[in-house]
Design a protein around this ligand. Sequence first.
Ligand SMILES: [Zn+2]
Length: 133
Amino acid sequence: MGRRMLTGSTSAPYTIPIRNRMSKTKSDHRDFADDRDLYSGLIRLHVLHHAAHEPIFGLGMVEELARHGYRISPGTLYPLLHGLEKKGYLRADELRNGKSRRKVYRATPLGRRALRAAGGKVRELFRELMEGK
Ligand SMILES: [Zn+2]
């Protein structure tokens, strides 16, 4: 993504409408949830990546992930964010805007280091996947 702020207020709904599956073949019936285990690490890296660039918040991240085809509910994402915070990869801050408060997350130095290390592994995997090696 570009420099779009993930912390800006948004009016978009955070639930993604379920696609019409009536005319799809059997393999297309598979839901993202069926393969979630496969993507959980990628989702965490994705979150960490954005949190290293700018403060992120839950619903903004749900939207960003949906844009990439990861359908993940706030009920799944929030525990994931807390988990990354517990591990020391993310730091949470509360932003106050008048009466409303919003929890934002930023990558910690440990998180940035982990992200850099993961980057090398992702690059290798990408190469193998794309070049069929
Ligand atoms: Zn992204």
